[in-house]
Design a protein around this ligand. Structure first.
Ligand code: NAD
Length: 342
């Protein structure tokens, strides 16, 4: 019998790619999503890619009663992957209560439900934002956590603490927190990808939207950082690689291969890429010359960060395989397909 995985936020960007990989690795998937930042059509598109349309249940995870009712009739869940959250750093500064409420109440409702419904394990979407600007690079899982600079980042830190405390107190439960570096790109089919609302906060959707003409120009926030070309450096990983890490995490938890009941892994390529290098990569694979302008530094941006992913490489047998160019190519294919140009 296939193992059943509950994926919250499964019609979202990273969630939808993970659902594809889970189905292709013989898991059965049920999705809960309130479609706040995604579309029900995505479940059908997952069906087109994999041949299996996952079951999508539409409700808000902050509604604990609905969650329990759903779990009363959905038995034998082997693990939860919890993607559902608000994720816009800038917006979180203006709407902190919305972020704390949505991101933390949904998590606590799920943890309560795991105890009541005997769901043994959970994978949590965390972020490299927990490290702030580290003194030493690359970042390992032992790099000190820094005070969060945004309410969004704080929900990830507090979320990890809530999980760790809950695992300590409930011996039947186990968890893995995955600290993502910067996911980019889209499924090679061009059927699923990132759908940012409004003006994108992240570099790659901003690049593709500028290239296609939705934005006049790309703003490069600062070229006076202490980096080789003066622009910020991040560790960009292909979303399909990131999705596969979730399959590895679920294999580890459901196959009892975890070494501790609560584990944390960094997920990145191990390579830092500057804004200018990202622009060059995009121009190379798309053949489009980007119009960009250098502006002031953006408040809250750190200078440089990249991962040491060796723990995930060693323990989960996972590593990134896609290049930056491949990720850019897929992002461009996705942008063109959603704007119905091809
Ligand atoms: P996304 O917005 O595309 O997906 C999140 C999904 O969760 C959406 O479909 C949304 O409708 C749903 N959702 C939100 N609140 C909900 C609620 N209360 N009940 C039910 N559904 C709800 O985001 P994403 O980029 O796929 O990110 C997934 C996770 O990864 C998030 O937890 C995010 O914080 C984390 N993360 C993302 C990045 C990134 O750069 N994309 C980096 C680090 C961590």
């Amino acid at each position: 019998m296939k193992k059943r995985i509950l994926v919250t936020g499964g019609t979202g960007y990273i969630g939808s790619h993970t659902v594809v990989e889970l189905i292709e690795n013989d898991y059965e998937v049920v999705i809960i999503d309130n479609l706040y930042n995604s579309d029900a059509e995505t479940a059908k598109r997952i069906g087109k890619i994999t041949g299996t349309t996952p079951h999508l249940e539409v409700f808000d995870l902050c509604d604990g009663k609905k969650l329990n009712k759903f779990l009363d009739k959905t038995e034998n869940i082997s693990a939860i992957i919890h993607f559902a959250a608000f994720k816009a750093v800038g917006e979180s500064v203006n709407k902190p209560l919305d972020y704390y409420r949505n991101n933390l109440i949904s998590l606590m409702n799920l943890l309560d439900a795991m105890i009541v419904h005997q769901i043994p394990s959970i994978v949590f979407s965390s972020s490299c934002t927990v490290y702030g600007q580290p003194e030493k690079l690359p970042v390992t899982e032992h790099t000190p956590i820094q005070p969060a600079i945004s309410p969004y980042g704080n929900t990830k830190q507090i979320g990890e603490e809530i999980i760790s405390d809950t695992i300590s107190a409930n011996h039947g439960l186990k968890a893995i927190s995955l600290r993502y570096f910067n996911p980019i790109g889209a499924h090679p089919s061009g059927l699923i990808g990132e759908l940012p609302r409004g003006v994108p906060e992240n570099l790659v959707p901003f690049i593709t939207q500028t290239a296609i003409g939705i934005r006049n120009e790309l703003q490069v926030f600062g070229n006076d950082y202490n980096t080789p070309d003066g622009s910020c450096i991040r560790d960009y990983l292909h979303v399909v690689d990131l999705a596969k890490a979730h399959v590895a995490a679920v294999d580890r938890l459901t196959g009892d291969k975890n070494k501790k009941r609560y584990e944390v892994f960094n997920l990145g390529t191990g390579k830092g890429v500057s804004v200018f290098e990202a622009i060059e990569s995009f121009e190379r694979v798309s053949g489009v010359k980007l119009k960009y302008r250098i502006t002031n530094r953006r408040p809250g941006d750190i200078e440089k960060i990249w991962a040491d992913p060796s723990l995930a490489n060693r323990e989960m047998g996972w590593k990134t395989v896609y290049s930056l160019d491949e990720a850019m190519r897929s992002a461009w294919k996705w942008e063109k397909s959603i704007r119905k140009i091809i």
